[in-house]
Design a binder for this molecule. Structure first.
Ligand code: BES
Ligand code: ZN
Length: 456
């Protein structure tokens, strides 16, 4: 059997065909109308696993979207690796900003452009292909289990339930995940921290119908004005979150960690240019990388209400809405923060309106040790393919189920991501470089090699 590089070269067009087949299934988890596609995507992955060489695979129903499971047990005395990934994707809107349609993958400049090309269909697919190579070439020296879910982008409730009910089935020594980003294109890195998250929808109700703002303006509280005031009050002039008790459990960043972080490659001018902003912004007293990786943040993801069509319509709207997420750091508990948030919103809401807060889902932050066998094996694997020792990075993103894996299954995860910030995940024109798809497959095969204890 050939080596991994040759295997990839010989099979690259088949790999792309298979990945494109998955990408074409619009498995958008936040959209109820896309529900039928979740099962189709799960079935497609189960087939891919079987073709790649698992002993058996099954699609498990959950109260939410199905979970795909597959395993190959080579020898019970050998270590077991559990692979986690997700087949659900974010909505593709705004559609008119895509150069090519989001669910019709297209290759331009050696990148695959499509929703899910990176997050996480492309990255998850690398694991199936790395496994395929090892299984077909009889080089697999670990037991492998796959667990691919369809609700990561909406809080992973179904998978949490699945893990709780299937602890034995999922028993493993390490969980490996590719759903994160590297520091820069020539700085290989392994994510050793993720932020937690709380997601909310806030609904403000005023009068029982839209009112003429001439008749009533100045005498009735306007729900859009009220919501704007509430949101404006959630952070102060130093960009600190004003919710009482919010910072009580926030992990304090040690001087050593701050010094370490300063060594990470980061160029403020490049950063601003990459997203075309005139300046950076954030909590006073912290650097950009600290703000992203180690401090909490509150963001309004969407806000609507009243008239936003052409021209003007002089009304006081009956309702206003906002979707808000709060990124959390280690030691903050999402449920506790959600309760504080709700209480604070109610306390600060102006008179004359009613406010409802819906807590959609939450997940804890995650920090992984960098001395563990899993992390060290991943580090050796990156060094082998990228020719450079990877640096540990704390990411600002969230994969809420990762901390649950630790509490429910008692197993740590290694976050071996191969994305880049320019891959534009969650944005129009999401893309994934084919070179990194291949590098990822290669690195994962080396991970198995080192994890099984062969140190050559
Ligand atoms: N792949 C991301 C997580 C990620 C993004 C990690 C960037 C590192 C850097 C994942 O699919 C994601 O988007 N998660 C959501 C979770 C939320 C909707 C509960 C997130 O972070 O917004
Ligand atoms: Zn995502």
């Amino acid at each position: 059997m050939t080596d991994i590089k040759t295997y990839i070269a010989e099979n690259q067009s088949r790999f792309l065909d298979e990945l494109f087949g998955l990408i074409r299934i619009p498995s958008v988890s936040p959209r109820p109308e896309n529900k039928p596609f979740m099962k189709i995507a799960a079935g497609y992955i189960s087939e891919l696993l079987l073709k790649a060489g698992v002993d058996h695979s099954q699609v498990y129903e959950t109260p939410g979207n199905p979970v795909v499971y597959g395993e190959k047990i080579t020898d019970k005395t050998k270590p077991t690796v559990l692979v986690y990934g997700h087949y659900d994707v974010m909505p593709a809107d705004p559609l008119d900003l895509w150069t090519s349609p989001p669910f019709e993958p297209e290759i331009r400049d050696n990148r695959i452009y499509a929703r899910g090309a990176n997050d996480d269909k492309g990255q998850m697919f690398m694991h199936i292909k790395a496994f395929e190579y090892l299984a077909k070439s009889k080089k697999l020296n670990c037991n492998v289990k796959f667990m691919i879910e369809g609700e990561e982008e909406v809080g992973s409730a179904g998978l949490k339930d699945f893990c709780t009910k299937n602890r034995e089935l999922l028993a493993s020594d390490i969980i490996i995940v590719s759903d994160t980003t590297m520091a820069t294109e020539d700085t290989p890195s392994i994510t050793n921290g993720l932020r937690g998250i709380c997601s909310f929808e806030v609904e403000v109700t005023g009068p029982d119908r839209d009112l003429h703002s001439g008749h009533y303006g100045g005498a009735v509280m306007n729900p859009v004005n009220a919501l704007s005031k509430i949101i404006a009050g959630l952070t102060d002039h130093q960009q600190k979150i004003t919710i009482p008790g919010f910072y009580d459990d926030v992990e304090i960043i040690s001087d050593i960690e701050r010094e370490e972080l300063k060594k990470a490659p980061f160029h403020i001018e490049k950063f601003k240019k990459s997203i075309k902003i005139p300046d950076v912004y954030g909590e006073t007293g912290f650097t950009v990388l600290e703000r992203i990786g180690m401090r909490p943040a509150l963001d309004v993801n969407g806000i609507w209400g009243g008239y936003s069509g052409e021209g003007t319509k002089t009304i006081i709207p009956s309702k206003a809405f906002a979707k808000i997420t709060i990124r959390l750091v280690p030691d903050q508990d999402p449920d506790k923060i959600a309760a504080l948030f709700e209480k604070h919103i109610k306390n600060t809401a102006p008179a004359g309106i009613k406010v409802d807060v819906k807590y959609l889902h939450g997940g804890k932050a995650y920090v992984s040790p960098i001395e563990s066998k899993g992390f060290v094996s991943a580090s050796l694997a990156y060094e082998k393919t990228f020719g450079k020792k990877p640096i540990p990075i704390r990411s600002g993103g969230s994969i809420p189920i990762i901390s649950d894996f630790e509490s429910i299954l008692g197993v740590k995860s290694v976050l071996m991501g191969f994305g880049l910030e320019s891959d534009a995940i969650h944005s129009p024109n999401e893309n994934f470089r084919i070179e990194y798809l291949h590098k990822g497959i290669e690195t994962i095969t080396w991970f198995y090699h080192y994890f099984a204890g062969v140190n050559s």
